[in-house]
Design a protein around this ligand. Structure first.
Ligand code: PPS
Length: 293
C-alpha cells in the first residue's frame, strides 16, 4: 500500500509546525474552555499518554468502567489541535466530551494555548521529560508515525532537535516557557517523567491534592497498577494500536518507557556537543532535569 507523502514543517508564528496542527487554527483559538476542564500539556513524547491515563483512571476509573474497555484513550482525552482529513477534529471531540471534568491533551507551546483556558482558570498538568530521552523517543516516533515529517538519520535528527526544528518547536523553549508560566499561573502543576518513574506514589501525593482528589489507598494502588508501562502496552485502549497512521512494526508506541535510553543512541561526541549546547540554552537554575534516576 502506498503511504501518503510525509509533511514538510514550516514556520508558524516562530514555531516549526505541520498543517495537521494548524489547519483548524481559528477554531482551536476560539475553543471555549470551562472552569473545570483539565488541560494535559507536554512536549511530544514527554509522557502525555501516561499522565492522560492516570487522570482518566483517577476521575473515571470507578464511575465509568465500561469506557475503560470500549473507548480508546485518545478519544477519552482528545488531542485539541489535531485535524486530519475524514476524522473528527480534536477540538470537536473536546467540545463533545460527555465527562466532567473534560480531560484535553495538547502539545502546544504555552503562547499558543487558547485564551479561554487562562480566562477560566482551568487546571493544567504539564509533563516534562529530559531532553535526551525526549529526543530519542521523538526520533523513533517519527519513523513509525507517517503523519510526522521524516526524521531521517539519528545524527541529522539530533541536530534538528538542538536547533528547535521539530514539530511543536524547540524542546528548550517549550519546557522553559511553561515553567515561566507556572510562576504567574497557580493552577499549573509541572511534573517530570523521571520523578514519576522514580516514585509513582510520591508524585500521586502531589498530583491528587492539585486535582482536588483524595483517592483511597486501594484506589491509588489500582491506578498505579493499571498505568504501569507493561499494562498500558498490552491494553488496546492505551497502546494506540487502533491508530492507522502508526506502524507499530517499525516501533511500538509504548516503546521502552525508561529513563536513560539516550545512552544507547548518543555517541560520546554527540553527548559532549549536546551538553555544551544545553548549558547555553538552559540557564534557569531552578529548572533541573535528570537524565538518569
Ligand atoms: S505523544 O505521542 O507525543 O503523545 O507521546 P507521549 O505519550 O507524550 O510519550 C510517549 C513516551 O512515553 C512513554 N510512556 C510511558 N513510560 C513509562 N510508563 C508508562 N506507563 C508510559 N506510558 C507511555 C512511551 O513509552 C514513550 O516513551 P519511549 O521512550 O519512546 O518508550
Amino acid at each position: 500500500m502506498d503511504l501518503p507523502p510525509r509533511p514538510v514543517p514550516f514556520d508558524f508564528h516562530g514555531v516549526s509546525m505541520i498543517k495537521c496542527f494548524t489547519d483548524n487554527w481559528d477554531n482551536i483559538q476560539n475553543f471555549k474552555a470551562r472552569t473545570d476542564d483539565i488541560l494535559i500539556a507536554a512536549y511530544p513524547k514527554a509522557g502525555t499518554t501516561w499522565v492522560s491515563y492516570i487522570l482518566d483512571l483517577l476521575y473515571f476509573g470507578q464511575t465509568c468502567p465500561e469506557r475503560q474497555v470500549s473507548v480508546p484513550l485518545h478519544e477519552r482525552v482528545p488531542f485539541l489541535e489535531i485535524s486530519r482529513p475524514s476524522l473528527s477534529t480534536g477540538k470537536d471531540l473536546a467540545d463533545l466530551l460527555p465527562t466532567t471534568p473534560r480531560l484535553i491533551k495538547t502539545h502546544l507551546p504555552v503562547q499558543f494555548i487558547p485564551k479561554s483556558f487562562w480566562e477560566q482558570n482551568s487546571r493544567i498538568v504539564y509533563m516534562a521529560r529530559n531532553a535526551k530521552d525526549n529526543a530519542v523517543s521523538y526520533f523513533h516516533f517519527g519513523h513509525m508515525n507517517n503523519v510526522l515529517p521524516d526524521p531521517g538519520e539519528w545524527t541529522t535528527f539530533l541536530t534538528n532537535f538542538m536547533d528547535g526544528k521539530m514539530v511543536f518547536g524547540s524542546w528548550y523553549d517549550h519546557v522553559n516557557s511553561w515553567w515561566e508560566k507556572k510562576q504567574t499561573y497557580s493552577n499549573l502543576h509541572y511534573m517530570f517523567y523521571e520523578d514519576l518513574i522514580e516514585d509513582f506514589g510520591r508524585e500521586m501525593e502531589k498530583l491528587c491534592p492539585f486535582l482536588g482528589l483524595s483517592p483511597s489507598v486501594e484506589e491509588k494502588e489500582r491506578v498505579s497498577a493499571l498505568s504501569a508501562f507493561d499494562r498500558m502496552k498490552q491494553n488496546k485502549m492505551t497502546n494506540f494500536s487502533t491508530v492507522q497512521s502508526m506502524n507499530q512494526k517499525v516501533s511500538a508506541f509504548m516503546r521502552k518507557g525508561i529513563v536513560g535510553d539516550w545512552k544507547n543512541h548518543f555517541t560520546v561526541a554527540q553527548n559532549e556537543r549536546f551538553d555544551e549546547d544545553y548549558k547555553q540554552k538552559m540557564k534557569n537554575p531552578l529548572l533541573k532535569f535528570r537524565c538518569e534516576v
